[in-house]
Write a protein that binds this ligand. Structure first.
Ligand code: DUC
Ligand code: ZN
Ligand code: ZN
Length: 465
C-alpha cells in the first residue's frame, strides 16, 4: 500500500522544509516538493502540521524486577502507550543480575518481548556481574546486535560493578566497538547516607533524594569518564543525567574531544525535589527514581536545557520504569529505601520535549534530533530509523502544533494508577503515528496490535568521534 503525506513541514536535524512524503509498504519511497507527488495515491493531509521521524526511546524498563516487584508495564502495555505518544521504537534493557548468566538474562528478555510489542524494539544489556564469562558474552552479544552494555556504580549487591569490573568491561567494549552506558552514582557512599538517615528516623520519600546528593552523581560521572580514558577512550554514555556538575564533567570531556555522551529525561527537565519528592505524606513516592529529582533552588533544569541545546546532552530518553502507587510504591511506607525506583513516561516524551520548543528552550531541529535522530545514530539504528529519508523505515509522526495535550491517569495508556505529570497541559499534540507504513494512531483511535513490533538487531554506533 502507498500513502502520500501532503502539505506538512518535514523536520530533520538539518532544518524544516515543506515537503510531501511518499510511503510505499514499510519504507519511505520518496520526498517531493509540495504538490509534486503522484496523483493516484491515497493521501494523508498534514497541512499546518509537522512531519517528524517516529520517536526512539533509548531507555525503557518493561517488567524490570526491582525492589521485590516488577515494573508494571509489560511489553504489550508499554509499547502501546509508546505508540500513542509518538514513539515507534524502544530500546529496553535486558538484565543480567549478579550471579546470573548473561545469555540467560537475554533469553528471558526475548521471551518477555517476543510476540507482544506494538512498535519495533531492541535491547541493551545490563551487566550485573562482570567476570570472565560475561566479558566473553559481550563479544557474542555484539555479534547478535546488542551493541551497548549498562553498568551500575550504584545499587551494591544488586547491579553494582566496582571500578576494576568497570575498567575490564570498558576495555572489552573498546575492543569490540560497543558503548558502555553508565548509571553514574556512588552507590557505596549513598548506602551509608541512607542508613544514617533511616537511623535518624528520616523515612519520608524526600530522603531518597537527599541521600543521593548531586555531588555523588558528579563524582561517579567523573570517575566513569576517567576510567573510560584509561580504557583508551572507550565510548561512554551517561544515562539519566540529572544535575549541573555531572553535566559539567561530560561537557569537559566532550570539549577534550572524547567519546563521552549523555542523555537526560523529561523528569529532570520539569520535576523537582521540593515540589514532587517533597509532596505531603507518602505522595512523593510517585517520583522516587534514581538518579533523583534535583532541587529547584539550584540551576539544574536551566543547565540541562542548555546542555540539550549545545549537544552536551545528546539524547532525551524516559528511563520508563513504572510502578503503581498501590501495593508497589507502598512497599516503602515508613522506609523510603524500600520504594521501588522509577517513573513511567514512555507515552509523554515527545510532547514534553515539544513543550520546550514552545517555551523557546529548544529548536524544532534539536527536538527531533534529541528524541529520534541521535538515539538512532548513537545506538546503531541509523538510517533505518530516526530520519525521514528515502529507504528509511516509514516510522512517521504527524504532529499538530495547534493541538493540545492534557496528561492524566484518566487518559494515559501506561499500566500505572497515577501519572507523574498529572494535569500537565502541553501546547501540541500527536496527531497520526505510522510504524513501518502502518497507521497505528489516528484521531485518537488505535489501529495497532500486539506482536506487530519487530526485534531490531543493532549495528555499532555511528555517532563516535
Ligand atoms: N533507576 C530507576 O529509577 N529505576 C530503575 C533503575 C534505575 O537505575
Ligand atoms: Zn540507571
Ligand atoms: Zn534505567
Amino acid at each position: 500500500m502507498s500513502l502520500l503525506i501532503t502539505g506538512g513541514t518535514v523536520i530533520g536535524p538539518t532544518g524544516a522544509s515543506p515537503a510531501d512524503v511518499l510511503v510505499d509498504g514499510e519504507t519511505i519511497a520518496a520526498i517531493y516538493t509540495p504538490g509534486a507527488g503522484p496523483a493516484d495515491t491515497q493521501t494523508l493531509d498534514a497541512t499546518g502540521k509537522y512531519v517528524i521521524p517516529g520517536g526512539i526511546d533509548a531507555h525503557t524498563h518493561m517488567e524490570l524486577p526491582f525492589g521485590g516487584t516488577f515494573a508494571s508495564d509489560t511489553f504489550d502495555t508499554g509499547t502501546k502507550a509508546a505508540a500513542f505518544g509518538g514513539t515507534t521504537t524502544i530500546i529496553d534493557f535486558a538484565v543480567q543480575r549478579t550471579g546470573e548468566v548473561v545469555q540467560d538474562g537475554l533469553a528471558a528478555w526475548h521471551a518477555k518481548a517476543d510476540g507482544n510489542c506494538h512498535v519495533d524494539y531492541a535491547f541493551h544489556m545490563i551487566l550485573g556481574g562482570v567476570d570472565d564469562d560475561s566479558l566473553k558474552a559481550m563479544d557474542q552479544l555484539v555479534g547478535e546486535g546488542i551493541t551497548s552494555f549498562k553498568l551500575f556504580m550504584a545499587y551494591p549487591g544488586v547491579f553494582y560493578s566496582d571500578d576494576g569490573q568497570i575498567l575490564r568491561a570498558m576495555q572489552k567494549a573498546r575492543d569490540n566497538g560497543a558503548i558502555i552506558m553508565m548509571h553514574a552514582e556512588n552507590g557505596i557512599a549513598i548506602d551509608v547516607l541512607v542508613q544514617q538517615a533511616l537511623a535518624r528516623g528520616e523515612t519520608d520519600p524526600i530522603y531518597h533524594g537527599i541521600t543521593r546528593p548531586e555531588a555523588l552523581e558528579a563524582e561517579a560521572t567523573h570517575r566513569a569518564i576517567m576510567l573510560a580514558e584509561v580504557a583508551q577512550d572507550c565510548p561512554l554514555y551517561i544515562v539519566h543525567l540529572s544535575a549541573s556538575r555531572a553535566l559539567a564533567e561530560v561537557a569537559a570531556a566532550r570539549d577534550a574531544g572524547r567519546n563521552v555522551f549523555a542523555e537526560t529525561c523529561p523528569q529532570y527537565l520539569y520535576l523537582t525535589l521540593e515540589d514532587q519528592l517533597g509532596a505531603p505524606g507518602f505522595e512523593g513516592a510517585k517520583w522516587v527514581c534514581s538518579t533523583p529529582l534535583r532541587s529547584k533552588h539550584e540551576s539544574h533544569q536551566k543547565d540541562l536545557w542548555q546542555g540539550l541545546r549545545s549537544n552536551d546532552l545528546a539524547v532525551v530518553s524516559t528511563d520508563h520504569c513504572p510502578f503503581c502507587f498501590k501495593d508497589q510504591k507502598e512497599l516503602g511506607v515508613g522506609d523510603f529505601s524500600k520504594i521501588p525506583n522509577g517513573i513511567g513516561g514512555v507515552e509523554h516524551r515527545v510532547d514534553l520535549l515539544y513543550q520546550g520548543v514552545v517555551d523557546g528552550k529548544l529548536s524544532l531541529q534539536r527536538w527531533v534530533e534529541t528524541i529520534a535522530t541521535t538515539p538512532a545514530r548513537m545506538f546503531g539504528l541509523y538510517p533505518r530509523k530516526g530520519v525521514i529519508a528515502p529507504g528509511s523505515d516509514a516510522d512517521i509522526v504527524v504532529y499538530d502544533p495547534n493541538g493540545r495535550t492534557r496528561i492524566s491517569v484518566e487518559t494515559h495508556h501506561m499500566n500505572m494508577d497515577h501519572s507523574a505529570y498529572e494535569g500537565y497541559e502541553i501546547a501540541g499534540k500527536v496527531d497520526t503515528v505510522i510504524s513501518r507504513g502502518e497507521i497505528l494512531v489516528s484521531e485518537g483511535a488505535y489501529h495497532g496490535r500486539a506482536g506487530r513490533g519487530k526485534y531490531l538487531p543493532r549495528g555499532l554506533s555511528t555517532y563516535l568521534v
